[in-house]
Design a binder for this molecule. Sequence first.
Ligand SMILES: Nc1ncnc2c1ncn2[C@@H]1O[C@H](COP(=O)(O)OP(=O)(O)OP(=O)(O)O)[C@@H](O)[C@H]1O
Ligand SMILES: [Mg+2]
Length: 683
Amino acid sequence: MDFQLKANYQPAGDQPSAIKALTKGLKDGLNKQTLFGVTGSGKTFTIANVIQNVQKPVLVLAHNKTLAAQLCNEFREFFPGNAVEYFVSYYDYYQPEAYLPRTDTYIEKDAQINKEIDRLRHAATQALLSRRDVIIVASVSCIYGLGSPEAYKEFVIHVEQGSTRQNVMRQLVAMQFERTNADLKLGTYRVRGDVMEVMPMSEETIYRVTFKNEAAGEIVKLDPVTRKMEGRQADVWIFPAKHFMSTPVTRERALAAIRAELKERLALLDRESKTLEAERLSRRTRYDLEMIQNIGYCSGIENYSRHFDGRAPGQAPYTLLDYFPDDFLLVVDESHVTLPQVRGMYNGDQARKRTLVEHGFRLPSAVDNRPLTFDEFDEKIGQAVYVSATPGLIEKETSEQIVEQIIRPTGLVDPEVTIRPVSEGRIVIPSYVEGSLLSAKKYPGQIEDLIAEIEKRVPKSERTLVTTLTKKMAEDLTDFLVEKGIKVQYLHSDVKTIDRIGVLTDLRKGVYDVVVGVNLLREGLDLPEVTLMGILDADKEGFLRSESSLIQTIGRVARNVEGKVILYGDEMTGSMKRAIDETNRRRKKQITYNKKHGITPQTIKKEVGDIRELLSLGETDVKNILKIEMTAEPHEIREVIAEKEVEMKKAAANLQFELAAILRDEIKVLEGEFKTKQLCKTI
Ligand SMILES: Nc1ncnc2c1ncn2[C@@H]1O[C@H](COP(=O)(O)OP(=O)(O)OP(=O)(O)O)[C@@H](O)[C@H]1O
Ligand SMILES: [Mg+2]
């Protein structure tokens, strides 16, 4: 199937020429190109058109999950009939394994991986192995070790009329599917008489296969909730339930190699008299070996990936990139941030792993389960397009063609930028201030001034973004604004990704009028309702107030004709001057263009889709389930606790200690609730 682009607008402004130039570049075989397009110039739509023109599988790389989710949603709308998938790490939501020697703290990998993220990751690899009209929107997670695609592919089963029952069952087990008698979940199957039902890892759907004389007959697709039949099928392909797969042969080889490495390592630790470390390593590795031997899998199996893949020490691991065909197109969004992030991954990871190895938590080979180095990454990619409003050095040095996009499709011009003082009564820098409004005497200071600006906008249903220098300041300012009766929320790195997406959606919907942030209200966010960007302490030169940070932040209001920016600063820094001069230069060019072509700028029109729908299940579910349990009567809570205790014991007996621990925590919460309720009753 081909990519078929659907949109209710046409390329406009500089988009048509950018699309043409990039497409030609790709067809001429250019390896690296940059789309240097101003903020809000519709770079995503330009790229969508290029994808439509070249018809190749695409990897879109973004530097954070909020942006990746926004992009994924946009591409899904542009390509409704094609496979657009989301591939991010669940460690971005949860804690990876680490050891902090200074405080002797071992942080176990959080076992509660987000099922929904996992499902989407499986849907991504599955799409890549079964079709060519695929766009994967990924975070840097895509340069981390993943099972070998060859091993993964080897396990895929094709169930069709006549497939034998024994084969299907055996292969499901080999693919790490779990058998259940209860409700089907992702990656489980159930057998009752001649009927086998399976839910793949990648979709919340049940496939029901009825066997007759040990051979598959009817295959139907069922809705798991309503159990309504969604259709009959001639066949179904089922993909493994895990990304790390091994055949009995590779498993034996891996087990032998792990044992050999363990022996060698223990001898070394012994010679160094590191008894505690040796004991720790021996216990953990032997346990893992046993698990792998008995059930073919253990938690954290990816740490042994070198032995499973048969790679030499130091050799690059398999990653998502290896699931793509050779001719895929790489698009790096916000490349000025994403490329340096890719470059930094390897070192950060090695430091963490080395500490784990040194202290006996892992074998030395664990360091080979790692992200790619930048050079390895560069080698694995073919043709790439870097996308940014403020390209960095890497883009400038490596691009064979840089395509500019300055005129926005909607005629919108860069926003007006003014500077106002931070402190009350300061002298105002004359050339950048809106005339009479600010006589030095009347000026109330940045916060009061900001509040006045917000209050002007609330009745018009216009939103405001504010950036501060620290999380603490963002929270304090939010508290202060709440006291003033303003509907406001803060958004910084401590806010979980899914919640961040929620805050931004709620800002668009009007649940909030203001969002205060530090470094997240920048690249890529498409919030057409925002008409004011207030940048506090704009004159504190540094990373957060550098030229490109300022340009990116200013760009957030380049989606609304009313868009304005206020830089609060008592002085003019070099970065401020360069950012303002560049903004004014473009503004002038855009206004002239509009005059010449008789264009009236239009605010972006965009529906408020809730990106959270992409991540519909997952952690919120757990919370909701608990919430329902908590509203129950005390005697009902007792029953739930009893049930969970049974499950916990069962889990422990099955060596599922992590699951047992989760259940134990839930029981704790419920017991607390039970006691409170009892107390309330007696009072
Ligand atoms: N040809 C067009 N006609 C009308 N609207 C468009 C067109 N192209 C893009 N848009 C809209 O413009 C808005 C901004 O586009 P987009 O987010 O792709 O900008 P961008 O160039 O990536 O900006 P940033 O640098 O901030 O990421 C989107 O809401 C998009 O739907
Ligand atoms: Mg963008």
